[in-house]
Ligand binder design. Structure first.
Ligand code: ZN
Length: 601
C-alpha cells in the first residue's frame, strides 16, 4: 500500500513538473517570436490546442500459432465463426507476411516476433545448435547457470533449467516494463519452453510451459498461485479418455481420409476419430497419452483457459500501465509434423482453435473492454507438404538425408590429411566441423572444393553457402548480386553459433536427420528459406488498429515495433518497422497560423 501511494505521489510530481516545463517552453517560444514595430502580434485565438499524451492500450496480447501457414487463413476462413474470423473481419490482415531468413524454426520465429529483430541480431539461430566450446548440442533455452532451476506446478519435479539468457536483445515486453515505471505485468503460456520463454524475455511475472505431463516454469520467472490452482483443478490427465472427432460435417473437409505419408502419434491411426487413451488404448497415463493430448485441440483449450485465468487473477488490463499477455498455441505444429498441411486434422484443429480464440476475445471484451486491448496473431514458421504427398503432383520432391551428407564429406576428405570424423554435427542446414577443421579447409582450396562438390552430389541439394560469405550483414536494400537464399542465410547468421557450411535443399525437399535405413518418425518439417516455411499470417486487431486487408510485403519482425509505437516506447535493436499503414491516425491538430515573412528577400 505504501509503495502504491508513493508511486502515485511520484507520478503527480512528475506531472506537475511536466506542466511547469511545458509552460517555460511556451513562454520562451512566445518571447522569441521576432517582431517589427510595424507588426501586430499574431491573434491569440489561433494558438493550437495543447497536445495531450497519446492514449495507450491497457493490454497487449500476442498470439502465436506454431506452424500456421499464411495460406491457412485464405483456405479455411469461410469455415471459421470465432476468433480467427473476428481477427480478419475486425482487424488488419497482412496477406504477404514472411520471414526473410533461412532458419524457419520455433525458437527463432518466437524470438523474432518478440524482439522485432532477426536472428543475426537476437542470436536465437535455431531450436538447438552445436556448442563449439561445450562440444555438444544445446537448446536455445538451456541455461548452464547452476543457480537456475525449472520448477513444476502441482507437485511436478521437472528436470533442466530454461531461460532466455542466450537471447541477445530484450523482448518488447521487457522493454515495456522497463520503460514505463514497472507496472506492466508480463505473462506467457505455451506447451513449449522455447516459445513461452522467448515471448516473455529474460524475466517475467509468469512464463509457463508444459513438460512431462505438468505445467512448468523456471526460477527467474517464479510461480503464480492461479497457475497452481489451475494445474491442480484442470490437469491435462483430466482429458484422458476424451476423443477428438470431426467438428464439421465430413463433406466440409478438403483432403483425403488418410494423409499420404503421415506418421500419427502412437495409439492413433490415420483416420478420425482420435481417442486420447495412450499407446494401447486401454488405459494408462503413458507418454503416448501426453503426445496425443499435445496433438489435439484439448491442449489449445487448456492454454486458452490459463490465459483467461491470468486475466482474472492478475486483473490484466486494469492497472495504470499496459500489461502483456502472450499465448503460443503449439498443437498445430505437432499435428502438422504428424499429418502434414494437407490433412483433415489440420483443418479441424484450426476450426477448434477459432472457437477457443473467440472465447478468449469475448473474455477480454468483458474484463478489459473492447477496443482497450490490441492483439497480434502470427506464426513462427510454416511447413512443407509431406514429400510423398507432393510427389503425387509430379513435382520434384523428396527427402534430403543429412547423414548421407556427413558420410560423403568424410569420404571426400579421405584423400586429404584430415582426422576422422571431420564433421562434428549437422543440425538442420548447418554443418559444424570438428575443432580446427574448417579453418584448415578454408586455407586448403582443393580439400574445400572436394567437400563442397561432395555435398552437391547428395540428392536434393540445391546449393551450399560458406560462413565467410554470410558474415557481413546483408546490405539494405538488398544487393542485387545476392540471391534471396544467400540473403536469407545471412539474416540467420550469428557468429559463433551458426554452422561453417549451410545446405540449401531444392524446393519441396525435406531436410531429414534420421539415420540411414531407419523409418522417419514424423511426416514433414520446416526450417528452410522457401515461402512455404516463411509465409505466415500477421493479423492485428483492437486498440489503434485500422481494419482492412494489406498486401505490402512485411515480416513478423514488424509486430514488436508496431506494439512499441502504440505503447510509446523505443526498441534498441530492431530489424522490423512500424506497420504504419494499419495504424489509425489521430485527428491532426490544427496547424498554428504562419506568421508573415518578416524579412522579404
Ligand atoms: Zn514452431
Amino acid at each position: 500500500m505504501a509503495m502504491l501511494s508513493s508511486r502515485f505521489m511520484w507520478k503527480r510530481i512528475l506531472f506537475q513538473r511536466g506542466m511547469a516545463v511545458a509552460a517555460f517552453f511556451l513562454a520562451c517560444s512566445i518571447s522569441f517570436v521576432p517582431r517589427t514595430a510595424a507588426q501586430a502580434p499574431p491573434p491569440l485565438a489561433a494558438a493550437p490546442k495543447a497536445l495531450q499524451t497519446p492514449a495507450r492500450p491497457k493490454l497487449v496480447v500476442l498470439l502465436v500459432v506454431d506452424q500456421m501457414r499464411g495460406d491457412y487463413v485464405d483456405k479455411f476462413l469461410g469455415q471459421w465463426t470465432g476468433g480467427l474470423k473476428r481477427l480478419v473481419e475486425e482487424g488488419a490482415w497482412f496477406r504477404d507476411a514472411a520471414y526473410p531468413y533461412a532458419a524457419t524454426e520455433t525458437c527463432v520465429g518466437h524470438s523474432t516476433i518478440s524482439t522485432g529483430a532477426f536472428p543475426s541480431t537476437h542470436g536465437m539461430v535455431a531450436n538447438a545448435w552445436w556448442d563449439r566450446k561445450e562440444q555438444k548440442m544445446v537448446t536455445c533455452t538451456s541455461d548452464p547457470d547452476p543457480s537456475v532451476k525449472n520448477i513444476g506446478y502441482a507437485g511436478a519435479t521437472p528436470k533442466g533449467a530454461d531461460t532466455a539468457w542466450r537471447m541477445a536483445v530484450p523482448s518488447f515486453a521487457e522493454e515495456l516494463k522497463f520503460q514505463t515505471s514497472g507496472v506492466t505485468r508480463i505473462v506467457t503460456f505455451s506447451l513449449k519452453a522455447r516459445a513461452a520463454i522467448t515471448m516473455a524475455g529474460h524475466k517475467a511475472d509468469a512464463a509457463t510451459w508444459f513438460d512431462g505431463g505438468a505445467w512448468v516454469t523456471s526460477s527467474p520467472y517464479g510461480t503464480m498461485p492461479f497457475i497452481e490452482e489451475q494445474a491442480k483443478s484442470h490437469p491435462a490427465k483430466a482429458d484422458f479418455g476424451k476423443t477428438w472427432s470431426f467438428s464439421l460435417p465430413e463433406s466440409a473437409y478438403w483432403y483425403g481420409e488418410k494423409a499420404l505419408g503421415a506418421v500419427p502419434p502412437d495409439g492413433w491411426d490415420l483416420t478420425f476419430p482420435h481417442p486420447l487413451r495412450g499407446k494401447t488404448g486401454v488405459g494408462e497415463l503413458d507418454s503416448a497419452f501426453y503426445e496425443q493430448w499435445a496433438s489435439s485441440p484439448y491442449a489449445d483449450t487448456a492454454l486458452t483457459e490459463l490465459a483467461e485465468k491470468a486475466v482474472d487473477a492478475l486483473k490484466l488490463g486494469n492497472s495504470n500501465g499496459t500489461d502483456f499477455l502472450a499465448v503460443s498455441y503449439s498443437s498445430v505444429d505437432y499435428v502438422g509434423h504428424e499429418f502434414g498441411p494437407r490433412s483433415r486434422e489440420i483443418q479441424d484443429i484450426l476450426v477448434r482453435l477459432d472457437k477457443d480464440l473467440g472465447n478468449l476475445f469475448a473474455h477480454l471484451d468483458k474484463k478489459v473492454g473492447r477496443g482497450n486491448y490490441v492483439v497480434a496473431l502470427s506464426a513462427d514458421h510454416g511447413v512443407v507438404p509431406i514429400p510423398e504427398d507432393m510427389q503425387k503432383t509430379g513435382a520434384d520432391a523428396g527427402v534430403l538425408h543429412l547423414p548421407e551428407v556427413q558420410e560423403r564429406i568424410e569420404k571426400a576428405l579421405e584423400s586429404f590429411n584430415y582426422a576422422k570424423p571431420a564433421v562434428a554435427r549437422i543440425a538442420g542446414s548447418d554443418v559444424y566441423f570438428a575443432t580446427g577443421v574448417y579453418e584448415k579447409l578454408a586455407a586448403d582450396s582443393n580439400a574445400m572444393n572436394a567437400v563442397l562438390d561432395a555435398i552437391r552430389t547428395v540428392p536434393g541439394v540445391a546449393a551450399v553457402y560458406r560462413a565467410e560469405d554470410l558474415r557481413n550483414r546483408p546490405a539494405t536494400p538488398p544487393s542485387s548480386t545476392q540471391s534471396s537464399a544467400h540473403r536469407a542465410f545471412a539474416y540467420s547468421y550469428f557468429p559463433g553459433r551458426s554452422g561453417d557450411l549451410f545446405i540449401l535443399p531444392k524446393p519441396y525437399w525435406l531436410l531429414d536427420g534420421t539415420p540411414l535405413g531407419k523409418p522417419r518418425s514424423y511426416g514433414t518439417g520446416h526450417g528452410v528459406p522457401y515461402n512455404y516455411d516463411q509465409h505466415v499470417p500477421v493479423l492485428l486487431m483492437g486498440f489503434g488498429i485500422q481494419p482492412g486487408q494489406y498486401f505490402q510485403s512485411i515480416t513478423p519482425a514488424d509486430i514488436a515495433p508496431t506494439f512499441a509505437a502504440l505503447c510509446g516506447i523505443t526498441l534498441a535493436s530492431r530489424d522490423g518497422h512500424v506497420l504504419a499503414e494499419a495504424l489509425k491516425k489521430p485527428a491532426a491538430p490544427r496547424a498554428p497560423a504562419q506568421p508573415a515573412r518578416l524579412v522579404p528577400r
